[in-house]
Design a binder for this molecule. Structure first.
Ligand SMILES: [Zn+2]
Length: 102
């Protein structure tokens, strides 16, 4: 068994394709541009951050299937350090529905 003790340093960013983030649903690491970012607002509501510009901590997902996995794992609670309130899966699922871009 290998332990991730030999990290090369903070940041963990790829210089070639920009920052890499970990999907909170499946745990795979992907370029940030390929992931959908979610943020938690002051009231604890989780919102989609399509442009990845909103301030605060973000949680990343690569697809709707990972949303389900993240909910099962209570990954949002961890990603947002307990600040996330009630999660509405159907609302968050709209992040991947076509035609909702505004
Ligand atoms: Zn994923």
């Amino acid at each position: 068994m290998r332990r991730p003790s030999g990290r090369s340093g903070p940041g963990e960013q790829s210089a070639e394709s920009g920052p890499v983030r970990t999907c909170v649903g499946c745990g795979s690491r992907r370029p940030q541009a390929e992931l959908t970012r979610f943020v938690v607002g002051p009231g604890g509501a989780i919102a989609v951050d399509r442009k990845r510009r909103l301030p605060g901590r973000g949680a990343y997902l690569c697809g709707a299937g990972c949303l389900t996995a993240a909910l099962k794992r209570k990954a949002f609670g961890r990603a947002f350090r307990g600040k996330a309130g009630q999660v509405d899966p159907s609302q968050l699922g709209q992040a991947w529905e076509p035609g909702t871009e505004s």
